[in-house]
Design a protein around this ligand. Structure first.
Ligand SMILES: [Zn+2]
Length: 293
């Protein structure tokens, strides 16, 4: 757990897990060994685990506390969910709510949940198991889903019942929110108030969005899965294998990097290892990353 201040706003990271996961050579597409090795020195051990030869991946939410709102961005994998054959995320018992409580945040206080997109590891804590039913974990929250994103996965959910979307995450972590009347389907852009703007950044998924926070002249950008690993700051053409539309994912990544560099916006991705966030700097035709502890 870590707390950052952006102007007069508090941003708290709530960790679900920080684990080695995915072989970079198969997770990153394209992947070039020599280009990767050039950065190995600073990536070990926080961003690449030499023992397992896997990327270090964090799974966390951000809670943004302003004078008017308490907003949770992305809700990780969740507990007790049937995810087979995705064994890694099957029936987990993460101390996520305990971590949130330790940060002094209670589920009832969250008034907005934003899912940057509806992949399995961004919707899990939307719901919790209560007497055999999936109920909203954040009972007083409006859940913001991109309409483009929701419609895409909903259509798949209806057309391929034998192949559950997100190994079941759409059915147990998205639909119960809609059925409870707690979902708000956003259009292309959505302003939470005059300090927070949600904007489209498609490619990783059809309706992926980012959230831009501005407070007292400082900016932060919650960028979800626009970028999965810090090496992609140096190689923005490298996608993750989970990026659905490769060319658009590259375009959105470059747009976000350029924005962060130009406006000195703190970039807060969903999966970077410790310390999880930082500033993007322009260097010639490319970028470099400066982690901010
Ligand atoms: Zn993700």
């Amino acid at each position: 757990m870590s707390v950052r201040r952006i102007g007069d706003t508090l941003v708290t990271r709530i960790e679900e897990a920080l684990v080695p996961m995915f072989d970079p050579a198969t997770f990153l597409v394209p992947f070039e060994r020599a280009a990767w090795d050039k950065h190995l020195l600073w990536m070990v051990p926080n961003y690449f685990d030499p023992a397992s030869q896997q990327l270090m991946m964090s799974f966390h939410s951000y809670v943004i506390r302003t004078a008017h709102h308490t907003i949770l961005v992305d809700s990780c994998v969740g507990n007790h969910k049937d995810r087979m054959p995705r064994a890694t995320w099957h029936r987990k018992t993460y101390p996520y709510l305990e971590n949130m409580a330790a940060a002094g945040i209670h589920p009832e206080e969250i008034d907005i949940v934003l899912c940057t997109h509806l992949h399995i590891d961004h919707v899990g804590w939307n719901t919790r198991l209560d007497n055999g039913r999936w109920v909203p974990t954040f009972p007083n929250a409006t859940y913001l889903f991109g309409k483009t994103e929701f419609d895409y996965w909903h259509k798949l959910h209806l057309s391929k019942p034998a192949d559950p979307v997100g190994f079941g995450s759409f059915a147990d972590s998205v639909l119960p929110i809609v059925e409870a009347g707690k979902a708000l389907m956003m259009g292309e852009t959505h302003a939470i108030d005059d300090t927070m703007l949600i904007e489209p950044a498609p490619g990783h998924s059809p309706g992926h969005v980012t959230l831009r926070l501005t407070s007292e002249g400082q900016q932060a950008m919650f960028v979800g899965d626009i970028i999965h690993h810090p090496v992609q700051v140096y190689y923005p053409d490298w996608n993750s294998r989970a990026c659905l539309w490769p060319d658009q994912a590259r375009a959105s990544r470059k747009q976000v990097l350029e924005h962060c560099a130009e406006h000195r916006a703190l970039m807060l991705p969903a999966h970077f290892g410790k310390p999880h966030a930082g500033h993007v700097h322009r260097v010639g035709d490319g970028y470099r990353f400066e982690f901010v502890a």
